[in-house]
Design a protein around this ligand. Structure first.
Ligand SMILES: Cc1cc2nc3c(=O)[nH]c(=O)nc-3n(C[C@H](O)[C@H](O)[C@H](O)COP(=O)(O)OP(=O)(O)OC[C@H]3O[C@@H](n4cnc5c(N)ncnc54)[C@H](O)[C@@H]3O)c2cc1C
Length: 423
């Protein structure tokens, strides 16, 4: 018997008992699984989960490599609930992480320049970055200077008194400081939308408001990504879920100790419009939370961004339920002491999320048994700049090519008992 399926006539008041006929009873009975009956099945070569900077970059590389690629995003695009929104990010060669990061940073610089040309708009604003630390943190600043040299540039060491005179700052005389002239600011929102536009121009499909609930691999080896909207079947899956990586990876048996932090982005008003401030990173003394950075007046007129590289652990779905007043007071004190040219009360406060690993280095790997599932996460508040190179490495892994860089230090094996996967 054919039933004319019209769920629109069924509402919450209907029960099987009060139906007028058998057809209506079948519809009422099926209503709870309506979503599944009516959901879509999409097919492609590769499905990328998460349209933040890393997922968008991976999707672009894959589409350009000729792969039919779908990029899924749970929220409407653009959105400000993850880690890649906002107007600016620092790009630099000065590396305080492990040395294997330096060539990845260097390569990304070149790729951002190419993306900028292809996008036809300014994404990268070159500008010297002032790196600072106190004498107790000499090793950190010297390591950063060496990485600038490795990238083919010369760090320019400067005296605290000269910095204080030039920028109306108040650096203690014991400070160590140099300029990284290779650095700059990435216009983050524009970078993200450019990656997505170029992806679509290369034939990629960006599907937003499509939440992934579950990832699996069938007996035929084909991956299935499932969510309330339907199913996507693909030969490979790339997961770049940012702060939501933990639960999705856990469901696949991959347990990485990720900590999601809500960080506050503060903007401070200039007391006097003639004052200029540099892009800076201040590593302070070697003590927890003593790590500040700032970007001059390029976002909101008359305001400078100064923030602390630290946050409060949160659930990404309820991030604004916890606000860190102690951190706010700490940054206020830092601004009062270091930048007398700024009003020491934030004029604008925005929120963003970090996904932090125990060693603050990211994870890029593949599933130990489902070899066509790849993932990248845990960028620990410093991953925007390297998205082009990370996306390229994910693409190379999907294509079965060997990575361009040494990715062993970024494997999940450093946190899991699982044997290292052979990339
Ligand atoms: C305040 C702040 C300042 C920073 N400063 C710098 C800097 O100066 N320099 C620098 O290099 N880096 C910086 N970073 C870090 C950088 O921005 C992040 O490392 C980077 O944006 C992380 O990108 P992502 O793609 O991993 O995550 P996200 O941008 O969060 O993207 C993940 C996406 O996946 C989607 N998603 C998750 N789960 C699902 C699901 N189940 N189904 C569908 N979609 C899903 C999410 O909605 C999200 O859009 C900063 C970060 C913050 C917050």
């Amino acid at each position: 018997m054919a039933i004319n399926v019209n769920f629109d006539k069924i509402n919450d008041n209907h029960t099987v008992a009060n139906c007028r006929d058998e057809t209506e009873a079948v519809l009422v009975f099926c209503a709870p699984i309506r979503g599944r009956i009516m959901s879509e099945v999409l097919r492609c070569d590769v499905v990328v989960v998460g349209a933040g900077v890393h997922g968008s970059s991976a999707a672009l590389h894959l589409a350009r490599a000729g792969k039919d690629t779908i990029l899924l995003e749970q929220f409407p695009v653009p959105h400000s609930r993850g880690s890649s929104h906002g107007q600016s990010r620092i790009i630099r060669l000065a590396n305080y992480g492990i040395p294997q990061l330096t060539p990845i940073m260097n390569e990304s610089f070149h790729q951002w320049r190419r993306i900028q040309e292809q996008a036809g708009q300014t994404l990268l604003r070159p500008s010297p970055l002032l790196l600072m630390a106190r004498s107790g943190n000499r090793s950190s600043i010297e390591r950063m200077a060496r990485s600038v040299e490795q990238g083919g540039h010369t760090p320019e060491w400067v005296k605290p008194s000269d910095i204080n005179a030039k920028y109306k700052m108040n650096l203690p005389p014991s400070s160590l400081a140099f300029f990284d002239h290779s650095a700059g600011v990435l216009m983050a929102d524009k970078c993200l939308s450019s990656l997505q536009k170029l992806f679509k121009a290369s034939g990629g499909r960006l599907v937003d408001e499509w939440e992934v609930k579950d990832v699996g691999v069938g007996d035929d080896g084909v991956c299935e990504v499932r969510g309330p909207k339907g199913v996507v079947r693909a030969h490979a899956v790339v997961l770049c879920p940012g702060p939501w990586a933990g639960p999705l990876l856990n469901s696949l048996g991959i347990h990485i100790p990720l900590r999601v932090e809500r960080v506050s982005v503060f903007y401070w008003r200039l007391k006097d419009q003639s004052t200029s401030t540099p892009i800076f990173m201040d590593r302070g003394e070697r003590k927890a939370g003593d790590n500040y950075y700032g970007i001059p007046e390029i976002e909101y007129p008359g305001m400078v961004k100064v923030c602390c590289h630290a946050g409060l652990e949160v659930d990404p779905n309820n991030r604004d339920q916890r606000v860190n007043n102690a951190l706010r007071d700490q940054v206020k004190l830092y601004v009062r002491e270091t930048f007398p040219g700024l009003v020491p009360e934030p004029s604008v406060e925005e929120a963003c999320l970090y996904t932090v690993t125990p060693d603050s280095e990211f994870v890029l790997d593949r599933h130990p048994s489902h070899r066509n599932i790849f993932y990248a996460c845990g960028f620990s508040g410093s991953g925007f700049k390297i998205a082009p190179a990370v996306g390229e490495e994910l693409c190379r892994l999907v294509l079965g090519l060997s990575p361009r860089h040494d990715l062993k230090p970024f494997s999940a094996a450093r946190f899991t008992a699982a044997p290292p996967s052979k990339m």
